[in-house]
Design a protein around this ligand. Structure first.
Ligand code: 2AM
Length: 175
């Protein structure tokens, strides 16, 4: 199974992300745009895993402690690709998010995963292979509290890219 660890959003944030996606789509002549239910922030992509690795990923997640924190989304940008760019909503700098990412990758490494060394650039993919007249921009941020991370299974079901949460680890709340 193909797995990744992600932050998913509440209905309000999701609906704002859909608005960003729709604005981008109306400025574009080509692109494959993310389905609303698929909008997420990837913390770590694990790739193809067997049952034992899936169990290790769950154990690694559960060994990470974090408090609830806020993330803010305040930009739209792109990764240049030939044949059409990847466009995303960008997350404003967040120390708590970086700390969570560092704790998680450290635990995953201890549990035997090899994590790619690429710099973590937190983003929410709005679409791929996009040809557009839109420009990257910043806007007044919107945000939400993040209180869990989820292990996601990615698969094609009847041709549709489908993400299913198979495990979650909640933030701890101190009394
Ligand atoms: P993306 O949104 O930037 O494409 C599921 O595929 C999730 O894992 C996506 O959010 C994707 O990021 C992320 N991901 C990171 N590295 C990947 C890789 N090498 N192959 C596929 N997806 C990857």
């Amino acid at each position: 199974m193909r797995l990744f660890i992600a932050i998913n959003f509440n209905a309000e944030t999701r609906s704002r992300l859909v608005t960003l996606r729709d604005e981008l789509r109306s400025d574009s002549t080509k692109g494959r745009f993310s389905a609303p239910e698929n909008l997420h922030l990837t913390l770590v992509f694990l790739g193809e895993c067997n049952e034992k690795q899936a169990a290790s990923a769950k154990a690694a997640m559960d060994a990470v402690e974090f408090k609830p924190f806020t993330i803010n989304i305040g930009s739209v940008g792109r990764f240049r690709r030939s044949g059409g760019d990847i466009w995303w909503a960008g997350v404003n700098d967040s120390l708590q998010l970086i700390i969570l990412y560092n704790k998680l990758t450290k635990k995953l490494t201890e549990f035997g995963f090899q994590i790619e060394k690429r710099k973590f650039s937190p983003h929410i993919t709005l679409g791929r292979e996009i040809i557009t007249k839109a420009s990257p921009r910043r806007f007044k941020e919107f945000g939400q509290t993040i209180d869990k991370i989820e292990l996601m299974k990615s698969e094609r079901i009847a041709g549709k890219l489908t993400y299913t949460a198979i495990h979650d680890t909640k933030a701890y709340s101190s009394p």
